[in-house]
Design a protein around this ligand. Structure first.
Ligand code: PLP
Length: 508
């Protein structure tokens, strides 16, 4: 370790409040600020180059064209953009991202989408089809997740219901807002709190920030699953809801949902299973004979679930489902205004007008796939996941984290995992860089079940690892930035950098 790394380590031991004070005072020193600004400028320039590849290849529009352009020309240009971007995800180089992607299936979804592209479920009088689609998406999803199985506990009645939202984050935000209002109205908790493992999705932080709810993050165990004992210690009189993931985004593991949800049930508080990633895989995995612990409404303590149709439900982007154990809970999600001159207003989710196209396409995806389709797809994905996991385990320089099925995270004890990821990026792969601890994951989808993809991944990983082993000090591309962002004790600086990145994305 060099001096810089040592000072990072030492600073890392300080209390976050002290650190943030040091950070503020350091930034007040002109030399420090100047140095940081110039380092920032360098990084931001690099970001801009990689985020804006079309700058010199296509015309840029900051204003309307004076006369509208020809439709044909526009479509040709869009077709060119699409084809430039298609091959990487289509041939299986991306972690997650596109979960089905078979060309004929995509064409079918596009037809369903375009048939209903003008519809808006806000106008339920004009488009009762949209509400038909929604209620059936909810019902099919709920029945997959134990809605009608006997829980053997009459104290926790089930009339599972829910809403279609626009994505996983949206579902989580809705559920957390629902618990906040339920806790205030029904539990008399003035300042409700959420308890979630550190690995639960960033959307829980977003919910906490947006809705002014305190979020307590509980460290996970060595197996990367939620720590039940530590959770018990964090529960207090303000706790409104406990959270667990099935599976977690970073390491693809299933939290001990049964134990956690029992903690909640014993105390009369909510339990939310975030099954955004696993909800459309685990039920089928279980049917296929994989050992899958209970995580859904078959457990009497589970009071809500988020589950993404736009991931392993194979719908196009723009839909997810949030489910509640009964309508008494969901009621706190609903919004009404009775005195607005614009009329009686009712809205079940955050958006007012909503896109009917994605909902229609989601319904079509669920019907076209059917039980057999989900079983077949899951079988292929889990077999490919097993193959990739085994292959990674055979590389001595990297270690698989936890006990995953198809979202496989790996780290390296002796080498820079971000440099390994950077070499994979150079070979065309788009993997997810994670931290705490530093690692990388691949989320296996149907794209990776195509012939040769898993072998190519393992071959590229072996050669990337071999290169890093031979050149352990080489740092290229985004590896140093990842390394810095993961270890820099000044988290405010990292946050500023991320905000700068968003500014870059919005630049034309
Ligand atoms: C993807 C994901 C989310 C968030 O979903 P978005 O659709 O990206 O908003 C939440 N939780 C888990 C476990 C996820 O994998």
């Amino acid at each position: 370790m060099n001096v810089k790394e040592w000072s990072f380590k030492l600073l890392g031991l300080l209390n976050p409040k002290v650190l943030s004070a040091i950070e503020k005072s350091a930034q007040a020193i002109p030399q420090v600020k100047g140095k940081m600004d110039s380092e920032f400028a360098e990084i931001v320039k690099g970001m801009e180059e990689s985020a804006k590849p079309y700058k010199n290849r296509f015309q840029t529009y900051s204003h309307f064209p004076e006369a509208g352009r020809s439709r044909e020309e526009i479509l040709n240009e869009m077709e060119e953009l699409r084809s430039l971007e298609q091959s990487r995800w289509e041939s299986g180089y991306a972690s997650g991202a596109v979960y089905h992607g078979d060309p004929e299936f995509v064409e079918f979804l596009n037809k369903a989408y375009s048939l209903h592209s003008q519809s808006n479920p806000l106008h339920f009088d004009l488009w009762p089809s949209a509400t038909k689609f929604e209620s059936e998406i909810i019902s099919m999803t709920a029945n997959m997740l134990g809605a009608n199985e006997e829980s053997g506990d009459s104290s926790s009645p089930k009339e599972v219901c829910g809403s279609v939202s626009s994505g996983g984050t949206d579902s989580i935000l809705l559920a957390m807002k629902t618990y906040r209002d339920w806790a205030i109205k029904k539990k008399g908790i003035a300042k409700p709190e959420i308890i979630a493992p550190t690995t639960a999705h960033a959307a829980f932080d977003k919910a906490a920030e947006y809705f002014d709810i305190k979020l307590i993050r509980v460290p996970v165990g060595k197996d990367f699953r939620a720590d039940v004992e530590a959770t018990v210690q964090s529960i207090n009189k303000n706790t409104a809801v406990l959270v667990g993931s099935a599976v977690s985004f970073p390491h693809g593991v299933i939290d001990p949902i049964e134990e956690l949800s029992e903690l909640a049930r014993e105390r009369g508080i909510g339990f939310h299973t975030d099954a955004c990633l696993g909800g459309y895989v685990l039920p089928w995995a279980k049917k296929l004979g994989y050992s899958v612990p209970d995580f859904d409404f078959s457990l009497p303590g589970v009071t809500s679930i988020s589950v993404d149709t736009h991931k392993f439900g194979y719908a196009p982007k723009g839909t997810s489902v949030v489910l509640y154990r009964n309508p008494e809970l969901r009621e706190h999600q609903f919004f009404t205004v009775t005195e607005w001159p614009g009329g009686m207003y009712l809205s079940p989710t955050f958006a007012g007008s909503r896109a009917g196209g994605p909902i229609a396409a989601c319904w079509a995806a669920l019907l076209a796939t059917g039980e057999k389709g989900y079983l077949d797809a899951t079988k292929q994905i889990l077999e490919t996941g097993t193959k990739i996991r085994k292959g990674i385990e055979e590389i001595p320089e990297v270690q698989v984290l936890g006990d995953p099925l198809w979202v496989i995270a790996f780290a390296s004890k002796d080498y820079d995992i971000y440099q390994i990821m950077e070499l994979m990026t150079q070979k065309g792969w788009s993997l997810n860089g994670l931290h705490h601890p530093p690692c990388v994951h691949i989320c296996v989808t149907l794209r990776h079940t195509q012939a040769g993809v898993a072998d190519k991944f393992l071959e590229d990983l072996r050669s990337s690892v071999a290169h890093v082993r031979a050149n352990p000090d080489e740092k290229t591309g985004s590896a140093p930035i990842y390394g810095m962002a993961a270890t820099l004790p000044f988290r405010g600086v990292v946050s500023d950098l991320l905000k700068k990145y968003m500014e870059v994305l919005y630049k034309i």
